[in-house]
Each structure stands twice: as structure tokens, then as C-alpha cells.
Design a protein around this ligand. Structure first.
Ligand code: SF4
Ligand code: SF4
Length: 494
């Protein structure tokens, strides 16, 4: 009999993809049994929830919660601090929508360079998949902004309204002045946090230092203020009201991450073989029962309101709160820790294989490595100068003086750096083609210069009709920074 069968003898068990080493999925009945909870998280019977259908989970302390708090705090701090970092007199990281530029310290990307961002995002996605194969949904539990902001909002709620039990009672209580004060304080602080978050986010798109002042003195432009308020409202609704509903119903990652799991994926798991049959008991009492004392703490602390003892569920964000809660109980009863733990299916069966034996781990690793290399190659090929040639549309050529032909062009030169540049314009065949316009030009920082040039050639030197002519733009201070483009030189056909 398998561990799941021992734990849930009356459930129908189907093992999907067992041959491929996938984790068995148990079909649970949705009755009102004492241990098996309904899949609907908002039934009034859920212990973590209230009659209003809101999950009021307990605050939990422990090593995983310390780690989560530390990572979440760092994430929030980094999010707010980055827009205030200056580099060479300007915001170090700024998506300048007006100028269509992305500044990243000394690097400035223009729309034509955005393939680099695409490679970076693809590499980041494969990085996430790569970690998921080994560590399951550790991103969701420890680093996802939705989790970080939700826990921040719950922290505020707990400081004002008290523990989860007090909050549940307050939910049911009649409206008194005390309830009104608590609720208005909580919502004011939530709203302030949301507004700061809106400013923090938009601070990546417009200069952040002025933004906060503009918003709080109501002197910001209409569009900037609208975007800040839009993101503030989204934050307030997401972290204050929707919370786990975002993970359950809106986040695509929670839906498809299961396909990345295999037998070696570490995920929060209840050791049913050890825990069942569960039941309450006194400390130090000798009993035939399993190690689960049915204290229900693992359910009370769960931010998504599930009971991990029912097996692997897509609602579980791997935050580790139930691991800390259960270890605390195990400690109190003098039992071995890790009845609930981050463990893989193979480890649970005593068949642990090295994680690098997983085909998914290797393939995602290779994909990650490939896209990092592609991004680095793309980065190294980004030029500091953008150069285009437009031919004069009025005339193909002009016949001048002593059987000579002139063609005119419009050179479009963009200096993508933050310093003024001097460029030398050269032609690939100076013996036959002569540049009639000054060949040294100056382009200010981030400026695009439209520069008309005339090229002359003797008729006798030309293969009549059309010839390819290559222009090069060389940065005089850094000759290795040069760009070339070809155009056509027209002359009368013979
Ligand atoms: S089951 Fe445990 S790890 Fe999963 S979301 Fe709930 S508390 Fe977090
Ligand atoms: S916290 Fe541990 S002992 Fe308590 S109900 Fe959950 S699994 Fe059982």
C-alpha cells in the first residue's frame, strides 16, 4: 500500500504519469469529513477562513518565516531604493518613455536594442523554470511581489486588528466606534502603502525624485498621476482584498508550474506514512496514533487556506509556514521534526537521486545557459551610434561641370551615448567618390542629426547605371566604434 493509500484509504487514487516519475495526484472527496477539507476555500467550514469567506491566517514564527520575511523585506527595499540611485548625474535605471530610451547605469538602450531585453526576459523565465524543477514553487513563497505585498498588508492588519482569532471576531462584530477606528486606520495605512507602491513603480518610468513630491503635493501631470493612482488602486485591491485569489485564479505560473515538477522536485509535503492516523493526545501519552496530533496549526497559518495533509495542491505557494508551525508542534510533543517539510517524492520514498539526473533540470539549465550567452552576444554587439542613409527622392543624380555626376543623401546619425561625439564620415572608394560636404561632424549626447551630404564622381570612373557606395561613420575618440551602411550611386546609363 502506498503512502497516500495508507493516509487516505477511502479516496480514489490515480497516478498520472507515474512511469515518467511524476508525482501521484490524489482525487479527494469533497465531503464534510473531519480531516478532508472541501476544495472550495471559501466555504464557512474552513478553519483558516471566516464566515465572510475571507482567509484570516495566523502569523507564524520559525526559520522559514524568518527567511521569507528577510527576502521579502529586501525585495521591497530594493524596489523602492533603485529609482533613487543616480549614475553620472541621472537616474541609474530608468525606462524613459518620452525619450524612448532605457537607461541602465552606463548602458542606454534604444527601441532597436530592445531585443536584448527580450533575451534577458527569456533567460529569466528559463531561470525560473530551472529553479522550479529543483525547488518547486519557492519563487511564489519567498520572492513573488504578490506574496511580499500580501504579507506586508497582513502585517499591518495584525498590528492594528490583532491575531487571526481577533480579526475573525472583529469581522463578525457589530459596527462600534472601536471597530470603525481599527478599520479606518487599517485601510488608511493600506492606502498609503498602495500609493507609495504606485509611486515606486512609476518611479522606474519618470524621474523618481520629483515624482513623490509631485504626487503628494497634487502637482503631478495628469497622465503621470493617473498611472500612479492606477497602480496604487491595483496594489490596494491585490494585496488588501484579493490576496490568494490572485495566485489561485489569475497567475498563469501557478497553473503550469506543475508540468515542471518531477520526482526530484522539492516541495512542501506532509509525510502521511508517519503522520497517519492522526489524532489529538496529551503530551508524553503513549499512543498507537501517527505523529500528527491534529492541532490544525498547519491549516491556520496557511495563507491560501489549504490543508497540506490532503496532498500536493496547486494552491500551495510553498511559503513554508506550515513547516514551521508543524515543527513547533513536533517540538512541543517531543517528536522528530519535519512531519511537514520541503522534500521530494523520491526522497520521501527513500529513492533520492541526484537532482542533475532530471531531464527537465538539464534541459532548462541548457536553455538558461544558451539565452544568457545570446544576451551577452547581443549586448556586446550594441553600437553607440545608430546610422541610416536616405537617398534624395527629388533626383537620382545631377550632371555637373566637366562630365561629373553628383548624388545627394541624407545621413541620419544618432549618438546613443550621454556625451557629445565627433564623427568622421568616410566612403569606401575615395579614389572614385569624393565627399563634397565637411566630413567631420559633431553630435550632442542622445541627439539624432539629419546631415545632408553630396558625393561626386567623374563619369569616366563609373560603371554606368547604379553602383554600390558604402558610408562609414567613425567615432574619432574611439575608432573601434564605427558603423557602416551601403547605398547606391546613380549615373546615366550608356
Ligand atoms: S500549504 Fe504550507 S507551504 Fe503551502 S501555502 Fe499553505 S502554509 Fe504555505
Ligand atoms: S501542524 Fe503538524 S501536527 Fe498539527 S495538524 Fe498539521 S500536520 Fe498535524
Amino acid at each position: 500500500m502506498t503512502q497516500q493509500e495508507q493516509a487516505f484509504p477511502n479516496t480514489e487514487q490515480k497516478t498520472y504519469g507515474a512511469s515518467a516519475g511524476q508525482i501521484p495526484i490524489v482525487n479527494l472527496p469533497t465531503g464534510n469529513g473531519p480531516s478532508v477539507r472541501s476544495v472550495n476555500l471559501h466555504t464557512p467550514t474552513t478553519k483558516g477562513g471566516t464566515a465572510e469567506g475571507k482567509i484570516q491566517f495566523r502569523e507564524q514564527k520559525g526559520p522559514f518565516q524568518q527567511l521569507r520575511s528577510l527576502l521579502n523585506s529586501m525585495l521591497v527595499l530594493i524596489f523602492f531604493i533603485i529609482p533613487f540611485i543616480n549614475y553620472q548625474g541621472r537616474q541609474a535605471i530608468l525606462f524613459d518613455v518620452n525619450e524612448q530610451q532605457f537607461h541602465f547605469f552606463s548602458l542606454t538602450l534604444w527601441p532597436q536594442d530592445f531585443t536584448l531585453l527580450a533575451w534577458v526576459f527569456i533567460a529569466a523565465a528559463f531561470g525560473l523554470f530551472f529553479i522550479t524543477v529543483f525547488w518547486g514553487r519557492v519563487w511564489c513563497g519567498f520572492l513573488c511581489p504578490q506574496t511580499a505585498w500580501t504579507f506586508m498588508y497582513v502585517w499591518i492588519e495584525t498590528r492594528i486588528e490583532g491575531s487571526s482569532n481577533k480579526r475573525k471576531l472583529l469581522d463578525k462584530a457589530a459596527w462600534t466606534s472601536s471597530k470603525l477606528i481599527k478599520r479606518s486606520s487599517k485601510h488608511s495605512l493600506w492606502a498609503l502603502t498602495a500609493l507609495l507602491t504606485g509611486c515606486g513603480f512609476i518611479g522606474y518610468f519618470v524621474p523618481a525624485r520629483e515624482l513623490y513630491l509631485d504626487i503628494f503635493t497634487l502637482s503631478g501631470s495628469f497622465w503621470v498621476s493617473s498611472w500612479v493612482w492606477f497602480f496604487a488602486i491595483c496594489t490596494y485591491l491585490n494585496a488588501g482584498w484579493m490576496r490568494e485569489q490572485m495566485c489561485l485564479h489569475c497567475c498563469p505560473y501557478s497553473r503550469f508550474q506543475a508540468v515542471m515538477f518531477d520526482g526530484s522536485t522539492k516541495t512542501v509535503t506532509y509525510d502521511a506514512a508517519r503522520g497517519e492516523s492522526r489524532g489529538p493526545r496529551k503530551r508524553n501519552q503513549t499512543t498507537e496514533l501517527g505523529d500528527c496530533v491534529d492541532c490544525n496549526l498547519c491549516v491556520d497559518v496557511c495563507p491560501t487556506g489549504i490543508d497540506i495533509r490532503n496532498g500536493l495542491q496547486y494552491e500551495c505557494i510553498n511559503c513554508g509556514a506550515c513547516v514551521d508551525a508543524c515543527n513547533q508542534t513536533m517540538d512541543q510533543f517531543g517528536y522528530q521534526s519535519n512531519l511537514i517539510s520541503f522534500i521530494s517524492e523520491n526522497e520521501l520514498k527513500g529513492e533520492a537521486k541526484p537532482f542533475w539526473c532530471s531531464a527537465r533540470f538539464v534541459s532548462y539549465g541548457l536553455a538558461l545557459f544558451t539565452f544568457i550567452i545570446v544576451a551577452l552576444i547581443d549586448l556586446s554587439s550594441i553600437s553607440e551610434t545608430q546610422f541610416n542613409i536616405l537617398r534624395d527622392r527629388q533626383s537620382l543624380y545631377r550632371e555637373v561641370g566637366m562630365a561629373e555626376i553628383e548624388n545627394t543623401y541624407q545621413l541620419r546619425i544618432r549618438n546613443k551615448t550621454k556625451t557629445m561625439k565627433r564623427y568622421q564620415i568616410t566612403l569606401d572608394n575615395p579614389q572614385r567618390f569624393i565627399l563634397m560636404t565637411p566630413s567631420v561632424i559633431q553630435v550632442s549626447a542622445a541627439e539624432q542629426l539629419e546631415y545632408p551630404v553630396t558625393v561626386k564622381a567623374k563619369l569616366v570612373d563609373l560603371d554606368h547605371g547604379r553602383e554600390v557606395l558604402q558610408f562609414s561613420i567613425i567615432d574619432i575618440a574611439k575608432p573601434e566604434q564605427n558603423v557602416s551602411q551601403s547605398s547606391s550611386f546613380f549615373s546615366p546609363s550608356t
